[in-house]
Write a protein that binds this ligand. Structure first.
Ligand SMILES: [Fe+2]
Ligand SMILES: [Fe+2]
Length: 494
């Protein structure tokens, strides 16, 4: 039913006053001219959100109204639905492709040997499928070839020295010399090597010694990442460290408010309405007794309480959003990788009432057909120690190395505890579309060979330990991946 202009004018003024909006004459006349019974309330809501952010000013100009009207017309015409209801109306499509349950721990020597043979065989098979390794010789045979022979082999690195590598295969251990005049490419690859990684070696025999000619990394093929049919997004985050005195509660709550449609600008709010999934890649809480004298830096000193209070905050996230969590080294789960899901006793309350999916570290999940490899990233410390190409402030370089070695935590016996029995579950057998880690508290994202790498930062301000280590965290940023387009963006809640 058409309403006369005076009625419309009064209606708009009443609703604007309710939202504490002062419309200047131009703004009012534009709202009257473009009046639509079905959408004018939400238009005023959006205006209220924007002026509310502009340092308390409540005056709405004609220019602001024009911006909103043109934006709204455009988005409604292109999607055919109001953006606010998008993720809510899309059916969830989650498939857990890999998640590990707890295994009893034992330090059996034979089991450990088998574990490394399993790693060697799995990565060998990847290498053979990706590179020409002929003429191939196992190490024992390679050693006895006549001078001048050339060939290729597959080894696990035992030690890296300036002039030689000590390498092994399931039969024997051998020294491979690095020629003094080796190419730049070979030197760069040697610099990247970390112990216990499995690689191909092209060699030449000279003076009864093996000399390295080149190294072949298993690596990942260049691929086109899968995209979804549905226009929904995934929010990627990690390292909340709830319970720490340095937990950035204000920023975290600001993010939750935004997920509920409040705060920030129009563009960000429209992004929020598309979010169907939240992935938290470990270190949900700060834990208790994770490092010496941690209690001095804790706000909440009981781990059960930490989870309870965090889950209370998470329960304010709209119910149509599925939350996927994995443990990190601060969480209540066995430390050795793969870590099974966070102990059920802490999650029960949330699982009963909420859309929470608690998985292992690492795990592989398909969201609308897009495959996510989710891993906390503890091994980045070891990789940064041994590889010249990696450092704490560039976690994306460590992630790239993990893909090049096709292993999430190659180094054994250093800082990252590994569960060395049964098959090696940390080999990257299936190439993901998205590789998501955390742990080093630095937000970085880029694409490597078609795979979206995301290290999702933290919600903890700089700690004393990080000050001592010279680590500068980048807290309060969330990453957002649009599954339909593959577009990635970040929002700061600082
Ligand atoms: Fe962390
Ligand atoms: Fe961590």
């Amino acid at each position: 039913m058409t309403q006369d202009k005076e009625t419309v004018r009064r209606k708009i003024l009443t609703e604007a006053a309710r939202r504490r909006l002062l419309l200047n004459p131009e703004a009012l006349s534009m709202l009257v001219e473009n009046y639509d019974e079905n959408s004018f309330q939400s238009l005023l809501d959006k205006l209220a959100g924007t002026v509310g952010e502009q340092k308390g000013s409540l005056v709405v100009s004609g220019e602001m109204v024009a911006r909103f009207i043109s934006g709204q017309v455009k988005s409604e015409a292109s999607t055919g639905v109001h953006p606010q209801v998008l993720a809510k109306e899309v059916e969830e499509k989650v498939e857990v492709l890999k998640s590990y349950e707890a295994k009893p721990f034992s330090d059996d020597l034979e089991a450990r040997k088998q574990y490394f043979v399993d790693r060697y065989l799995k990565i060998s098979s990847i290498l053979r499928s990706r590179a020409d390794l002929s003429p191939y010789y196992p190490l024992r045979k390679a050693r006895s070839l006549p001078d001048g022979s050339e060939g290729k082999t597959i080894v696990m690195l035992y030690e890296k020295h300036e002039n030689y590598l000590v390498v092994e295969d399931p039969e024997t251990t051998v020294k491979i010399m690095i020629p003094k005049d080796c190419s730049r490419d070979l030197r760069e690859k040697i610099d990247r090597l970390v112990p216990d990684s499995v690689i191909g070696v092209a060699f030449r025999v000279s003076g009864s010694k093996l000399f390295c000619r080149s190294l072949i990394f298993p690596d990942v093929p260049i691929k086109k990442a899968r995209v979804a049919e549905e226009d929904v997004s995934v929010l990627m985050t990690s390292d909340i460290h709830f319970g720490s005195q340095k937990f950035s509660e204000k920023a975290f709550r600001r993010m939750i408010r935004w997920l509920r449609g409040g705060g920030l600008g129009e563009r960000e709010r429209n992004q929020a309405f598309k979010i169907k999934y939240i992935v938290i890649a470990g270190d949900l809480v700060d834990g208790v007794g994770v490092y010496p004298q941690q209690e001095k830096e804790l706000q909440v000193k009981d781990v059960e309480k930490q989870y309870e209070m965090l889950l209370e905050i998470l329960s304010q996230i709209p119910e149509y959003i599925r939350i996927i969590i994995i443990p990190g080294n601060h969480d209540a789960a066995p430390r050795a990788l793969p870590q099974p899901p966070i102990f059920r006793e802490y999650m029960k309350r949330m699982e009963a009432s909420r859309n929470l999916l608690s998985l292992s570290n690492p795990c592989m999940v398909s969201l609308h057909g897009v495959r996510f490899l989710i891993y906390h990233g503890t091994s980045m410390e070891d990789i940064a120690t041994f590889s010249k190409n990696a450092s704490y402030d560039k976690p994306d370089n460590s992630m790239e190395l993990m893909l090049q070695f096709r292993h999430l935590a190659p180094v054994y016996g250093s800082r990252t505890p590994l569960l060395t029995q049964g098959p090696d579950e940390l080999v990257v057998e299936e190439v993901p579309d998205v590789f998501h880690t955390g742990h080093v508290h630095v937000f970085r994202s880029r694409v490597y060979k078609g795979i979206r790498l995301v290290n999702s930062g933290t919600w903890q301000e700089r700690t004393k330990y990080q000050e001592q280590m010279g680590i500068m965290p980048t807290p309060n940023i969330a990453g957002i991946l649009e599954l339909k387009t593959g577009n990635f963006s970040e929002i700061s809640f600082a």
